[in-house]
Design a binder for this molecule. Structure first.
Ligand code: GLC
Length: 581
């Protein structure tokens, strides 16, 4: 595969063959020569809009508010109970224009071609760390925005260049990560040309986590890459990219890495802490929901894209088996609502048998005191993580939203998740959508679980902070369920402050009232998340490029598998019942 990608890149760049450099550990790093352009600074982008920030307690409070002439804001309702408008149309369109201008200014060029967007683009920021890189997960909303705008090249280039990085031999203290791993991010660097002091060359330099803070493994990168690849094919109608031999090999390498046998007893993917959007220690090691939802989505997407040939027959079988087991498992064991909480509350423990009701030996005392109060009568959600004797009851937005988008959640569960957003608007949306997780870890729990992380203090950053980028995932989910008003209302809340606050990465405090303590400004995925939400609300049909519909073949296969397995027969009744939730 490396050879094919290399050839393609050389044709693309029409430049010299790749140079080979030896790193300090004696491993070869292949780098590609290119021209280098970097997104120009747009100085007038600091123009802020005239709106002022507001505090909205919940959907009902917002709906009851009237026009405030000073703010030029109308929070009255239309017939559906939705907010009719918050900013005047002209302000909104200039807001969107500003967002597009910033998005374009964040583009990173390689060989004269756009290949991605920089994570944050604030010229006044002196502590950029690795925010001057193109992050795979951060680029997804940018890529979708460009696709929906009909600008396909940047997405195609991104897909093909990151594919080439996948085959790199990278090491961390003499240990290589599994083949097929996609980097967390990459940077275009300009370095002196070998043997010619007067010239420079550009290289793509990926980070697989070996330089990242905490050395976290970017498990989500490959999954997002597959999801974007499918979206590219669906949006452009051009299937030639996904059908290329090197791209097919890339898909298979990611799948092989994820489907490899291990010691695990569960169909969920076992990962270390910080392996996804939350890329710091936050007690999400094991089987975090976000990874499971992306895994499910990537498996379904790959199933659609893999070309039929003998070599992939076994892989397709493994993939189908995993899809069936994963959807059953998450729907059954991650789901909680009032009914399920009551059941857990009365669980018997220490059950040794195939038929155990409390399979993971959950002690009812684990139900945190806040949850009994917080869980609405109507609504529910997937818990954050499940392990032996351990349920992480925190609510994580991305995992829940992507469970809707990927159909990992049943239709009833999906609606219940959106019901929860509506019922808990003041906690999950508040003054800026969307809470990354709820609630925050505090006191001793914060100290033990985060390792006393000063960046993840309660209600900040990953620990209960609010991330505007999550707007786009909320939008896809609510459009899929034909409830776009949920996303519309959240977008209207965001529009009050996002541009005025210079598009921060995240917000702090329980109600998201402050710009995050260490938040970067002009954070590209905050900008792109807003753009995509607006594009999809204007053209809801386009959300199809991201949605996975429930695979009936799999549902049938599931019934057959259960009947064929004599051990499962013992608990067949309860399994079947819960599957049709
Ligand atoms: C932070 C976020 C991560 C993101 C990166 C770049 O590390 O936790 O999800 O990809 O910043 O924006």
């Amino acid at each position: 595969m490396a050879a094919t990608s290399e050839a393609v890149l050389q044709v693309l760049c029409n430049l010299k063959p790749r140079s080979t450099q030896i790193n300090s550990l004696g491993h070869k790093n292949h780098r590609t020569i290119s021209a280098f352009h970097y997104g120009s600074n747009v100085n007038d982008r600091f123009r802020s809009l005239s709106c002022k920030c507001r505090q909205i307690d919940n959907v009902a409070d917002a709906i009851n508010e009237k026009i405030d002439p000073f703010l030029n804001v109308d929070l009255s309702t239309n017939g559906n109970g939705a907010l009719s408008s918050t900013l005047q149309t002209s302000s909104i369109s200039s807001l969107e224009e500003e967002a597009w201008e910033l998005l374009r200014a964040s583009m990173v060029y390689y060989c004269g071609n756009p290949v991605g967007t920089i994570a944050a683009n604030d010229p006044n920021d002196s502590s950029i760390l690795n925010y001057d890189q193109v992050f795979i997960r951060d680029f997804i909303p940018s890529g979708i925005a460009f696709l929906l705008k009909g600008e396909y090249d940047i997405v195609r280039n991104f897909i093909l260049h990151t594919l080439q990085l996948q085959s790199w031999e990278k090491t961390m203290d003499c240990h290589s990560p599994g083949q097929g791993l996609m980097p967390a991010s990459f940077k275009v660097r300009t370095v002196p040309l070998d043997g010619d002091d007067s010239a420079t060359e550009d290289i793509l330099d990926p980070d697989f986590g070996e330089a990242a803070i905490g050395r976290v493994a970017p498990v989500d990168s490959g999954l997002w890459w597959i999801i974007l690849l499918r979206a590219y094919g669906k949006c452009t109608g051009d299937l030639s990219v996904q059908e290329r031999v090197d791209v097919q090999t890339g898909i298979k390498m990611i799948l092989k890495l994820c489907l490899a046998d291990g010691f695990d007893m569960f169909p969920t993917l076992l990962v270390t802490d910080g392996s996804c959007m939350i890329d710091r220690r936050m007690g999400i090691h094991g089987h975090p929901l976000e990874i499971q939802a992306l895994f499910y989505s990537a498996l379904l997407s790959a199933k659609e894209m893999l070309t039929r040939e003998d070599a992939s027959a076994d892989l397709v079988t493994a993939l189908n088996n995993r899809l069936v087991a994963l959807s059953f498992y998450v729907r059954e064991y991650y789901w909680i609502d009032m009914r399920k909480l009551n059941e857990i509350y009365r669980y018997k423990t220490e059950e040794y048998s195939y038929d155990a009701v409390n399979k993971f030996n959950i002690y009812p005392d684990q139900i945190p005191p806040w949850l009994g109060e917080w869980m609405p009568n109507k609504g529910g959600y997937m818990i954050g993580n499940l392990q032996p004797a351990h349920m992480d009851f925190r609510f994580f937005s991305l995992g829940n939203l992507w469970s809707i988008v990927s159909s990992l959640a049943t239709s009833d569960q999906s609606h219940a998740i959106l019901d929860l957003y509506e019922a808990k608007w003041a906690d999950l949306v508040a003054d800026m959508p969307l809470k990354i997780c709820y609630p925050a870890l505090e006191g001793q729990e914060w100290s033990i679980i985060t390792g006393s992380d000063p960046k993840n203090t309660p209600w900040s950053y990953h620990n209960g902070g609010s991330w505007p980028t999550l707007l786009w995932q909320l939008t896809v989910a609510s459009i899929k369920l034909n409830r776009p008003e949920v996303a519309e209302n959240a977008v209207k809340v965001a529009e009050q402050r996002l541009a005025k606050d210079k598009w921060p990465e995240y917000y702090d405090t329980k109600r998201a009232r402050f710009i995050g303590k260490q938040a970067h400004l002009y954070q590209t995925w905050s900008i792109a998340g807003y753009v995509v939400a607006k594009q999809l609300l204007a053209n809801p049909d386009a959300a199809k490029i991201l949605v996975n519909v429930e695979d009936t073949e799999l549902v049938n296969a599931f019934s057959c598998m259960i009947s064929a397995n004599p051990r499962n027969k013992r608990s067949r009744k309860s399994i079947n019942q819960s599957f049709i939730v």
